[in-house]
Design a protein around this ligand. Structure first.
Ligand SMILES: Cc1cc2nc3c(=O)[nH]c(=O)nc-3n(C[C@H](O)[C@H](O)[C@H](O)COP(=O)(O)O)c2cc1C
Length: 549
C-alpha cells in the first residue's frame, strides 16, 4: 500500500494537524498489519513549504503545447509523480481563512497537467462540469485531515469541503476536522489531546479495514473542551496581561491555564480558594473557584481553603501527565495544607468539563461497566446470620440461606465482587452446618473468624477489600491507581480484620450466657464505632500525608 502525505502546514512536523495525521498513519499501519502482516506499507511525505512550487502561470501549455507537462520546471513534477504512485493521499493542513493555506492552494492549482482540457458533466451533482483525469485514478483514495483555531470545526470547513467535493467526488473522501487545534501543542493538556489522538489512531485502523466506525466518528466530532473552557484557556495561553499587554510570568500563565479548566458545574455550594505557592520561584497565586467560574488573584489574597506548596516543575510535570499527582504526593514532592477534600475531587474541579461529561454519559448508560459495587451486599448475609442465628438457630439459618439466595438478584444493578460471592457461599455453608445440628456456640464465633480472615488476607493483595467498595466515592476504578487511596484502605482493612479476628473470643463467651441470643446486637456496637472511625480516618490520613507530616 502506497501512502502519500502532503503536509501543508508551514509549521512542518510541529504542525497541530500533522499530530493527527501521524496518529492516523500509525493506526493505518497497525490495521494493515492486522489484516495481512506480509503486506507492505510505504509512506512518502512532502512538506509543502520546503518544496519549490511556483504559482501556475495560467498558460494552458500543459493542455495544448506539451500535454500533461507543465512549462515550469520545479518540484511539482515529483509531487505529480507521487500523486500517481499513491493508493491513498492524505492532505494534512491547518485551516487558514476558512480554506487551505496559500502554499497548498498553489500546489493544488498546479495539478492542472493531471487533467484533460475537455468539458464533462459530473455525476455527483457537484458544480456544473469538470475536466476528466488524464490518468486512471480509479481506486485511489483521499483523506483530508485538518485542525482549526476556533472552538469547533463545525461551520468553518465549508470552503474546504467545497474544494475537495470538486477535486475528488462528493462523499468519496474521508475527513477529520478538529477545532481547538492549538491545544495539541500544549503539553499540559496532553491527557485530553492524547485521548483524542488515540481516537484518530483508531480511525486510521478502521479506515484501512473498511471504514471509520460511527462510534469513533462521534468521538472525533466531540469538542476537546467545552467552548467556554477552551476560550478561557486560549485567552490565557497567549501569556499576555490583558490591561498592559505585557508578558506574564510563566508560573502565572500556567496557573491561569489551570484555572481555565475549572468546571463550574462542580461548584461545591461555597466559593473555594485554592492557593498555589511555587516554592522554588517564591511566587504565590490564588484561584477563586466560584459559582460562575474561576478567577486568578495575584494580590489582595483571601483566606485559602487549600494551599499547595510545590516546586513549579513538579506541578507542571503532574499537569503534563509525566507523574501522577497522587504518586507525587506519596513521595512528598509537594505538600497540601488546609481542606484536603479539594484534592480528592480534583478531577471534577479541573478536568475541563470532562467530569461533567463523564457523569452525563454514565447517567445515560446502565451498562455493566457503569455498575457500582455495594458493600451492603457483602455485609447483609453475615449480619442476618449473626443476628438471626443467635436468636433462633433453626429459623435464623433458614432466613440466612434465603438472604444469600436473594442478594444475587441485586447484581443486576450492582457490580459484584469476589467478596460478595465468597460471603454468600460462606454464610450458606455455615447456615447449613447449623441446620445439620452444628453448635451455634461454635459456628457463630467461627463465622466471625472466617469474616476476619477474609479481610486480613486482602491486606496482602494488590487491592485491599475496602478499596473495592469505597472507590465509588473517589472517582471509581481510577482511584485504584492512587497509591494513597490504596494505602489508606489497606490500613482500614487491616484494622477491621483484626477486630473480627478478636470478635470470636468474646462471642464464644457471650454465646454461653443467658443473653447469648443478643450476641448479634451486642457485636454491632463496636462496628458502629469503627464505622465512625473509618469515616474520620479516610479523610484524616490522606490529609496528614499531604501536609508532609
Ligand atoms: C493566517 C492564519 C489564518 C487562520 N485562519 C483560521 C480560520 O479561518 N479559522 C480557524 O478556525 N482558525 C484559523 N487559523 C488557526 C489555525 O487553523 C490553527 O492554529 C491550526 O491549529 C494550526 O494548525 P497547524 O499547526 O497544523 O498549522 C488561522 C491561523 C493563521 C496563522
Amino acid at each position: 500500500m502506497n501512502i502519500l502525505v502532503i503536509n501543508g502546514s508551514p509549521k512542518g512536523e510541529r504542525s497541530n494537524s500533522y499530530q493527527l495525521t501521524k496518529a492516523f498513519l500509525e493506526g493505518m499501519k497497525q490495521g494493515v498489519f492486522e489484516e495481512d502482516k506480509d503486506k507492505e506499507v510505504t509512506v512518502e511525505e512532502f512538506l509543502v513549504n520546503r518544496l519549490d512550487i511556483k504559482p501556475c502561470l495560467g498558460c494552458f501549455n500543459c493542455w495544448n503545447k506539451t500535454p500533461g507537462k507543465c512549462c515550469i520546471i520545479d518540484d511539482m513534477e515529483k509531487v505529480i509523480e507521487k500523486l500517481l504512485w499513491a493508493d491513498i493521499t492524505i492532505w494534512s493542513f491547518p485551516l487558514y481563512y476558512y480554506t487551505v493555506p496559500g502554499s497548498l492552494k498553489n500546489l493544488i492549482d498546479r495539478q492542472l497537467p493531471m487533467e484533460l482540457p475537455f468539458m464533462v458533466e459530473r455525476e455527483d451533482g457537484v458544480g456544473n462540469g469538470s475536466h476528466p483525469s488524464r490518468y486512471d485514478m480509479s481506486g485511489k483514495k483521499t483523506v483530508v485531515i485538518s485542525t482549526c483555531g476556533f472552538y469547533t470545526a463545525e461551520g468553518n470547513y465549508d470552503g474546504v469541503r467545497s474544494l475537495f467535493d470538486h477535486m475528488c467526488e462528493k462523499n468519496k473522501y474521508t475527513t477529520i476536522f478538529c477545532g481547538q487545534g492549538e491545544l495539541f501543542r500544549v503539553p499540559e493538556l496532553s491527557k485530553r489531546t492524547g485521548e483524542y489522538l488515540e481516537w484518530v489512531k483508531r480511525a486510521g485502523k478502521e479506515y484501512v479495514k473498511g471504514g471509520i466506525r460511527k462510534e469513533t466518528q462521534q468521538e472525533l466530532d466531540k469538542l476537546l473542551y467545552p467552548k467556554e473552557v477552551f476560550e478561557r484557556m486560549a485567552d490565557a495561553s497567549w501569556g499576555i496581561e490583558k490591561e498592559s499587554g505585557k508578558r506574564e510570568p510563566e508560573a502565572l500563565l500556567f496557573t491561569r491555564q489551570m484555572a481555565a479548566l475549572y468546571c463550574k458545574e462542580s461548584y461545591s455550594g461555597k466559593d473555594q480558594v485554592l492557593e498555589m505557592y511555587y516554592t522554588d520561584l517564591d511566587e504565590c497565586y490564588q484561584v477563586i473557584m466560584g459559582k460562575e467560574g474561576s478567577e486568578v488573584l495575584t494580590d489582595g489574597f483571601q483566606p485559602a481553603t487549600t494551599r499547595i506548596e510545590t516546586p513549579f516543575g513538579v506541578w507542571r510535570s503532574i499537569a503534563m501527565g509525566e507523574i501522577r499527582g497522587d504518586e507525587a504526593l506519596m513521595k512528598q514532592l509537594y505538600k497540601v495544607k488546609g481542606d484536603f477534600s479539594l484534592m480528592l475531587n480534583w478531577d471534577s474541579y479541573f478536568g475541563g468539563g470532562k467530569a461533567a461529561e463523564k457523569k452525563e454519559t454514565q447517567e445515560g448508560k446502565e451498562g455493566e461497566n457503569n455498575k457500582k459495587t455495594n458493600m451492603n451486599l457483602m455485609l447483609i448475609p453475615w449480619i442476618v446470620f449473626w443476628v438471626a442465628a443467635a436468636i433462633n438457630p433453626f429459623a435464623g439459618s433458614l432466613i440466612s440461606i434465603f438472604t444469600c439466595a436473594v442478594v444475587p438478584l441485586f447484581f443486576f444493578r450492582n457490580k459484584k465482587t469476589i467478596y460478595d460471592i465468597l460471603s454468600g457461599s460462606l454464610v450458606t455453608g455455615l447456615s447449613i452446618a447449623v441446620l445439620m445440628g452444628g453448635s451455634v456456640r461454635l459456628l457463630i464465633p467461627l463465622s466471625y473468624l472466617a469474616f476476619g480472615v477474609m479481610w486480613i488476607v486482602t491486606c496482602l493483595v494488590k487491592i485491599p477489600l475496602t478499596a473495592n467498595y469505597s472507590m465509588n466515592s473517589y472517582g471509581g476504578e481510577e482511584a485504584l491507581k492512587n497509591p494513597l487511596f490504596i494505602k489508606t484502605n489497606r490500613i482500614l482493612t487491616f484494622i477491621w480484620g483484626i477486630l473480627y479476628l478478636l470478635t470470636p473470643i468474646w462471642t464464644y463467651f457471650i454465646m454461653g450466657t443467658q443473653i447469648g441470643y443478643l450476641t448479634g446486637a451486642v457485636n454491632s456496637v463496636l462496628p458502629v464505632l469503627m464505622g465512625l472511625f473509618t469515616l474520620w480516618f479516610q479523610k484524616w490520613y490522606p490529609a496528614k500525608v499531604a501536609r508532609g507530616n
